[in-house]
Ligand binder design. Structure first.
Ligand code: RUB
Length: 278
């Protein structure tokens, strides 16, 4: 983003999903906080801004992890270092992850994950002919971003509804999705719909990969699954005569359904990742 927004405007951008995807949320928040600190310093107002930003998207852990570091070190250099690390990790992930993709694969993906897309784009750039099946991703349609981004580099892609994942799973060679957080006890936290996709992959004996930089390691004691506005599910709420509407933004995929985790440190088994989380 070019112009400096107010704190409230920036928080609105996050909540409205104009900025989305765990890594991009962390990147844009660091950029915002850099300008904010340049104007207002690293005092109490800075902490208030950090807390407000973190509360806007409470589940995806990279935001929390970078904010913890910035709050500790309180310097522009730290912000710059983290921004650089976030970019280099994606490049490494793309190089490492693309090796698992075989020419001719049909890959199912869900939502919009910059890290998962980086892996697929790198494989394509190496000349591997792949085809991606992307879910629309209800209720906010982040899958459309995935389709546009893949088409921008000419990768063949088919858009499907979330509910059609079961219909198409038999045609896929693998599932590759992003990650908002990796937690010792729970497993993978990612966009709602990931868990059923992992169950489908298991039922069809297809490998299920999540792409996750080590910024996604979540050592928080408590974690919150963000619950988004009911109006995203159905706009005419008044027609529902008080029916309850639930809209969790993320779901939890247990470790036993995950084949491998693609990180910038290598392609890891769930056991390896759990050792890192200790
Ligand atoms: C996006 C989502 C993505 C992860 C990983 O959810 O679940 O799979 O955040 O993204 P939302 P990345 O649209 O609610 O932010 O790989 O870009 O970090």
């Amino acid at each position: 983003m070019s112009k400096q927004l107010t704190l409230d405007d920036f928080v609105h951008e996050l909540k409205a999903l104009h900025i989305q995807g765990a890594k991009q949320i962390a990147v844009e928040s660091l950029k915002f906080l850099k300008q904010f600190a340049k104007q207002k310093g690293f005092g109490r107002t800075f902490d208030v801004a950090c807390n407000k930003i973190e509360a806007a998207r409470p589940t995806a852990v990279p935001l929390h992890n970078v904010i913890e570091t910035v709050k500790k070190e309180r310097s522009i250099e730290t912000i710059d270092r983290l921004l650089a690390q976030l970019q280099t990790t994606t490049k490494r992930i793309a190089a490492i992850g693309s090796k698992i993709i075989k020419p001719g694969w049909t890959i199912m993906t869900h939502c919009h994950s910059g890290e998962a897309l980086a892996v697929m784009k790198a494989a394509w750039a190496q000349g591997k002919k792949i085809h991606v099946i992307a879910t629309e991703t209800e209720p906010v349609e982040q899958g459309i971003r995935t389709v546009k981004e893949l088409r921008a580099v000419k990768i063949p892609v088919t858009l499907i509804t979330d509910a059609a994942a079961g219909f198409f799973m038999s045609q896929c060679d693998a599932v590759i999705v992003g990650c908002d957080a990796l937690r010792m006890k729970e497993g993978l936290i990612n966009k709602t719909g990931t868990y059923p996709m992992a169950l489908l992959a298991r039922a069809h004996r297809k490998p299920f990969y999540t792409v996750a930089s080590t910024f996604k390691l979540d050592r928080r004691k408590r974690f919150i699954i963000e619950e988004r506005p009911p109006k995203e599910v159905y706009r005419e709420l008044h027609e529902l005569h008080g029916a309850s509407v639930r809209n969790p933004a993320f779901d939890i995929t247990p470790w036993n359904l995950i084949t491998r985790v693609i990180t910038e440190k290598g392609v890891m088994t769930p056991g390896n990742v759990k050792r890192l989380l200790k």
